[in-house]
Each structure stands twice: as structure tokens, then as C-alpha cells.
Design a protein around this ligand. Sequence first.
Ligand code: CA
Length: 255
Amino acid sequence: MTAERPATQSPAGPDRSPAERRKILVVEDEPDILELVRVALEAEGFSVVAAGDGELGWVLARRERPAALVLDLMLPKLGGMELCKRIRGTRETAGIPVVMLTARGTETDKVVGLEMGADDYVTKPFSPRELAARVKAVLRRAYEAPAERPHEVYEKGPLRIDFDSWETRLDGRRIELSLREFELLKFFVTHPNRVFERGQLLDLVWGRDTFVEPRTVDVHIRRLRQRIERDGSMPELIVTVRGVGYMFDERGLGA
Ligand code: CA
């Protein structure tokens, strides 16, 4: 699963004005493609705000409060991947759906793009109508009230996490977690078997604009382990990768 935005965020929801709900930020450095995207989106009743490089895209993503982003991968000043990572790592923009545009179409790029938090992906050359349809689809998902979509649940071995009701169970037993512990666990289970440095966890779970010491990550990991590990001193799920960081090891679930 790739939906990583905090459950409390409703990017295109009631806190957005009607005009903001129709506003799409397009970050694209090639004028011809930008024009193609603009025409396709305006034909569907959207208004388009454009940025020709990643740095301006980052400024406008925060200032303009767009309902969604169409983001080119190869951009001057700040690349699309990095911009997407920033958007996801910052609380005020984390919930904005992102459709990535790319000239490359290899499976690796797709996986990396989705891991960076893109909601969908369109490969150049694309049909303008298809792009508009993808934008409408990500907006629909972001607009829909939680009750209208199926509960998102992680379930593997003894661990069951309901991302909508924020409920965690281990062997059927309910585990009490703080908000941050829950967010950290959610991040781990949605990015299993990959090592993350403390700094990355701070950016991606705490948010880039918060100032906490890397040691805070260790404290939260220790608490999380006490709650979900069979033996908190011999972790099998959230393992330490010496000299690098932490990894959620799905093998520890025995599933
Ligand atoms: Ca480009």
C-alpha cells in the first residue's frame, strides 16, 4: 500500500475553499508539456498554477494550497523526487495528492516514485485526457470521507493495524500507542524490510519542520518495542541495523 498521508489530513476537504479545491499546481519545466497539461486540466474545470522548477514548486505548494500536484520527475533546481519527499515530510502539505509525470517508464522509477509518496504515475508521452482522469481519481480519493471508502488495514501474522480507527492489535490483544508511536509503526509497516536512518525517520514521521533531536527517535523506538515486541530487549520486528538505523523486519511476524 502506498497511502501514507496522516489519517487526520483532508487536503481537499472542508478547510479548502471551493476555488482551492479546483486548483492544481503543475510543476513542469518544458513549456510545451506544461501547456498540454494546462489545457487538459482546464477543460475539466480545474484552474492551473504553474511552476517551471522544483524550488518554485515547493514555494507554491505551500502558498497556493492546491488540491493536487502534477509533478515532473526531471526538474531544474530541485528534482521531482526530492520535492515529493519534502511535500510528504511537511505537515501542511503532506496530504496533498501527487501525480508524477515522467519520461522514464521503468519499473524501478515507478517503485521509487510511489515510495516517495506519489499517489499515481503517468509516463510521457501521455494522453492529456488520461492525465486529467488520473488527477480526478486522486482528488476523489482525497475528498471522500473516510466512511465512504473501505478501512485501510495492515494485517500480517499476529499484527493487525487499522489505519482509520487507529487501532493496533497483537494476537488479538489491543495495544495502546501514543499518536507518535502509532505514526512511527504505521510508517514502518508501510515501508517494510528497508533500513531508515534516524534523520530520515525524523523527516518522514515527525516532519521536516519540527526540531527534535535524533535521540528522540531512539526513545520512541524503545517504547514501541516494549509494546509490540515479544521481548523488548531482543527485538525481532523493529531491528537495529548497526551504524545505519532501523528497519521493520516482516520476517519477525512469521508470516
Ligand atoms: Ca522535465
